[in-house]
Design a protein around this ligand. Structure first.
Ligand code: NAD
Length: 539
């Protein structure tokens, strides 16, 4: 990395507010040079065989696994999550991505033959090839600072691209660690460039020459990216915020649902794009019992720093996030919500801690049910019917994920089909982001494009069509010259292939009889009997 002359930014441990380190804020020149180095590295990297790339990925897997404790420790220190979360939700996804590509990547990027149905194209063979795009820019957030950039970078590199990663200004040390891991795994210099810095650094990257830009972050950030990349028309994918609904059907198993909802709302202190941000319980015999179970599970959670192995929930990332969560809870209470658990800032703990909070009597007039809170708050609304729950779940400007909790799975699947989001999980929550085979992405203000999975892999490629014709000397009925017989042939062909039963026979006759008409001769004859030019005044 080129070190900027003057500016630096601090990395802060959110559990203690202690400074963990300082990193450079990359300038416009730094970004330009990093992108140039990545294009230079790409020249050779794109030519390496897929087997060789898989070997590098296998090395990376070994290195991540052997240094797992050190990486997990750094993640927990820099963004505050308890250690089990650093292993399960940060390390496991990238490691599984390596394994998936090592085992299946060659097949997923192999040329594909396409079957053509039109008989006029019978001599053609069409192939789809997956070629790299060049330099892929990755701008990522702090909430999953390792898994988010890593999973995309691994896929992009495997497809033959080089990458430039701009980690969040709130987790730059993890960004630098990512660069070190790739170098240690033997990736050629320049294949993975890390540029630390703030939003401005990201803006420089978004305006650079890139094959594609994958942005994960806030809605405002995504809107900025669209504007900034408009000039270069860089293709972008946007993975933005969420306001994920959980729908609980009357037959949902109580203990399981209570445990699932609390984990879904409070893991990573609620700072996950796919956190449970609102719950709709369809009224039934066990509603009261379920709410009690949710409150009881919440009250058992231990809030504290990751240095305490018994901590279930860590701090929020910074003061602005803490203020936002407190403001959402205040707004809800002022409008009539009831606090059943938590509800307060934990100043006594030193960092940016907020208690895991359960609210009831909430409505869609409150910020807590409409805006992304991104904090440890579980607001519950009891509704009269499944239809009402679906209507409320869809009443959101976001469309990332949703969960359904139910006994009868077929019923839950029907409900799942009615929800306008990119992912619906039945009887579980959040796990699918870490599973490389599953697509990830949303609708509406949650962004567009699909990451991970075969769709995400192909999105990191130039999907190129190559058509090969084995009969280059043969007649092309759609080529010049045009004539009356050519029109008849076209009309016959349409009827032959797509007309009703009766029309097919006459279509066949028209098609075949005009197929071998001497088009050019006919054209000359037609031209010689063309109507005389109209004189002035004639109409
Ligand atoms: P953010 O938008 O503030 O920042 C994300 C990254 O983008 C940072 O690296 C930042 O420096 C950079 N950035 C911001 N504005 C930019 C611009 N105009 N041009 C270039 N770079 C810019 O978001 P954040 O606070 O870091 O992350 C939290 C948000 O991310 C939440 O809304 C959360 O829901 C969302 N998120 C979404 C997903 C998903 O997969 N859909 C995953 C994780 C987080």
């Amino acid at each position: 990395m080129v070190v900027s002359k003057s500016t630096t930014l601090e990395s802060i441990n959110p559990a203690t507010r202690a400074v963990l380190g300082r990193v450079p804020v990359s300038s416009e020149d730094d970004v330009r040079l990093a992108v140039e180095r990545a294009w230079h590295a790409y020249e050779d990297w794109q030519l390496t065989s897929i087997k060789k790339r898989a070997k590098h990925i296998a090395n990376l897997r070994k290195i991540i696994a052997s240094r797992a404790d050190e990486i997990a420790q750094l993640i927990s220190e820099e963004v505050g999550k308890p250690l089990p979360e650093s292993y399960f939700s940060e390390l496991s996804g990238p490691l599984d991505t390596c394994l998936w590509l090592i085992n299946s990547g060659e097949k997923l990027l192999a040329d594909q033959a396409v079957t053509l149905t039109n008989p006029l194209l019978a001599t053609k063979q069409s192939l789809i090839t997956y070629e790299p795009l060049g330099v892929v820019g990755i701008i990522s957030p702090w909430n999953y600072p390792f898994s988010i950039p890593m999973m995309t970078a691994i896929m992009a590199l495997y497809a033959g691209n080089s990458v430039v990663i701009k980690p969040s200004e709130k987790s730059p040390l993890i960004g630098i660690k990512i660069g070190e891991l790739f170098l240690e795994a033997g990736f050629p210099p320049g294949c993975v460039e890390i540029i630390t810095g703030d939003r401005q650094t990201g803006e420089y990257l978004s305006k650079s020459r890139l094959g594609r830009l994958i942005f994960t972050g806030s809605v405002g950030g995504g809107q900025g990216i669209i504007a900034q990349s408009a000039n270069s028309l860089t293709p972008v994918s946007l993975e933005l915020g969420g306001k994920d609904a959980a729908i609980v059907l009357p037959d949902a198993p109580i203990e399981w649902t209570a445990r699932g909802l609390t984990w879904g709302a409070f893991t990573n202190a609620g700072q996950a794009c796919a956190s449970v941000e609102r719950v709709y319980i369809v009224k039934g015999k066990q509603t009261e019992e379920l709410i009690k179970a949710i409150v009881s599970a919440t009250q058992k959670l231990k809030v504290g720093p990751s240095s305490d192995p018994l901590s279930d929930m860590g701090p929020l990332i910074d003061q602005s996030q803490l203020d936002k969560v407190a403001a959402h809870v205040e707004d809800a209470v002022a409008r009539g919500a009831k606090v059943l658990a938590g509800g307060r800032v934990r100043e006594d703990l030193g960092g940016f801690f907020f208690e895991p909070t359960v609210l009831t009597d909430v409505t869609h007039d409150m910020k807590i049910m409409k805006e992304e809170t991104f904090g440890p708050v579980l607001p519950i609304m009891v509704v009269d019917s499944e239809d009402q729950a679906v209507e409320l779940a869809n009443d959101s400007e976001f469309g990332l994920c949703a969960t359904i909790w139910a006994g009868k799975l077929a019923r839950a699947e029907c409900v799942a089909r009615d929800i306008n989001v990119g992912t619906v999980l039945i009887n579980d929550v959040l796990f699918s982001h870490a599973v490389p085979q599953l697509p990830w992405g949303g609708l509406k203000k949650s962004g567009f494009g699909r990451g991970h999975s075969v769709f995400g892999l192909h999105d990191l490629c130039n999907i190129k069509h190559i058509s090969i014709d084995s009969a280059s000397g043969a007649h092309r009925v759609w080529w010049y010259p045009y004539s009356k017989s050519r029109i008849k042939l076209a009309q016959g062909g349409i009827q032959l292939l797509h007309g009703g039963l009766g029309k097919r026979t006459s279509g066949l006759v028209d098609f075949v009889s005009n197929m071998f008409a001497k088009a050019e001769k006919k054209k000359q004859t037609e031209q010689s009997v063309a109507p005389e030019k109209k004189t002035d005044g004639e109409n």
